[in-house]
Design a protein around this ligand. Structure first.
Ligand code: NAP
Length: 306
């Protein structure tokens, strides 16, 4: 029998993920803090929930995709939180990127009420969420992973069970170390290309297809050339992940020099009020250091959003 699914958090990622769950034929109840964001899903056939507790009461599996650790805590354990409506046996799948240690604690608190939990952070950007091609890194018990698999398959392609509770979040932070390292390398490279006077489109075309190619370069490189700072992933949320990386790395005694550098560069952009822009807008921090502006000859001046 097809499980009744609930989805909480219809932001840049959640709206595409929820739509793909609906398309796969699951009866779906949705809730979003800002109610107007539910409208497109409701028009497509989802039921609107009153609050997270109501979503949990209507569902056997509840998927969350909200911003940060305190937000997950509020949605799960707040006044009208998931635990108020969940029954023993309800499965919570948290697709947000949050602290691995808090995840272990949340799973334990839910477990005391007979509610199961998987951490299942995702990678692949807004494009992957819309196209149902996300990579999903899952932590939790194998029986719960089996039960969740049809829902995962509606949202993603590479679904990897990486360990127990919290392991999915740890692997997601590994992913984020790679993402920000790729992003900084892309920004340095495009600045270098601009200063070297080569055709940026041709340069991108050449290097994207060789050993230096990456998701970041293919998806965000062209956006940089257009000076299109619309977010697939905002600087504010990227910085939240870098902060999680720095905290975990400190606890583990691991040097993360590139992530630390990126943290400080993003901080300068946040101070200039650019935290709502996409994470590829990192290049604007390097432009300020060098006084070189990447893009067309008529490129706008520093900090201007296209
Ligand atoms: P987003 O567009 O800012 O959406 C955030 C969502 O969380 C919104 O629905 C927001 O509700 C909801 N929310 C935040 N705080 C809440 C609270 N206290 N109570 C209830 N709802 C709350 O962010 P996003 O890009 O979709 O990212 C969501 C999660 O996925 C984050 O953990 C992010 O790190 C992760 N992620 C993002 C990407 C990406 O490329 N964008 C990729 C992989 C993973 P409102 O609409 O009311 O603000």
């Amino acid at each position: 029998m097809t499980a009744r699914v609930g989805f909480i958090g219809l932001g840049i990622m959640g709206r595409g993920m929820a739509r793909n769950i609906l398309r796969a034929g699951f009866p779906l109840t949705v809730w979003n803090r800002t109610p107007s964001r539910m409208d497109p899903l409701v028009q497509a056939g989802a039921q609107p929930g009153k609050d997270p507790a109501d979503v949990a009461a209507q569902s056997e599996i509840v998927v969350l995709c909200v911003s940060d650790t305190p937000d997950v805590e509020e949605v799960l354990f707040g006044a009208h939180g998931v635990v108020q409506g969940a029954r023993p046996g309800t499965l919570v799948i948290d697709c947000s990127t949050i602290s691995p240690q808090a995840t272990v604690a949340f799973a334990q608190r839910l477990g005391e009420r007979g509610v199961h939990m998987l951490d299942a952070p995702v990678s692949g950007g807004s494009e992957g969420a819309e196209q149902g091609t996300l990579s999903i890194m899952v932590g939790g018990d194998p029986e719960d992973v089996d039960r969740a698999m049809p829902v995962f398959q509606a949202m993603g392609k590479a679904i990897t069970h990486v360990g127990g509770h919290g392991a999915g979040q740890t692997v997601k932070l590994v992913n984020q170390i790679l993402v920000v390292g790729n992003c900084l390398a892309m920004c340095e490279a495009l600045l270098f290309a601009q200063a070297g006077g080569v055709d940026l489109e041709k340069c991108l075309q050449a290097v994207t297809q060789g050993a230096a190619g990456s998701w970041m370069l293919s998806h965000r490189g062209p956006q940089i050339l257009r000076r299109d700072w619309r977010p697939g992933f905002t600087i504010d949320l990227q910085q939240k992940d870098v902060r999680l990386v720095l905290g975990e790395a400190d606890a583990l005694g691991v040097p993360v020099m590139v992530s630390s550098l990126v943290f400080h560069l993003y901080r300068t952009l946040q101070r200039r009020g650019l935290g709502h822009q996409g994470n590829h807008a990192l290049i604007q921090a390097l432009e300020h250091l060098s006084d070189i502006v990447v893009g067309t000859e008529e490129a706008p001046s520093h900090g201007e959003a296209a």
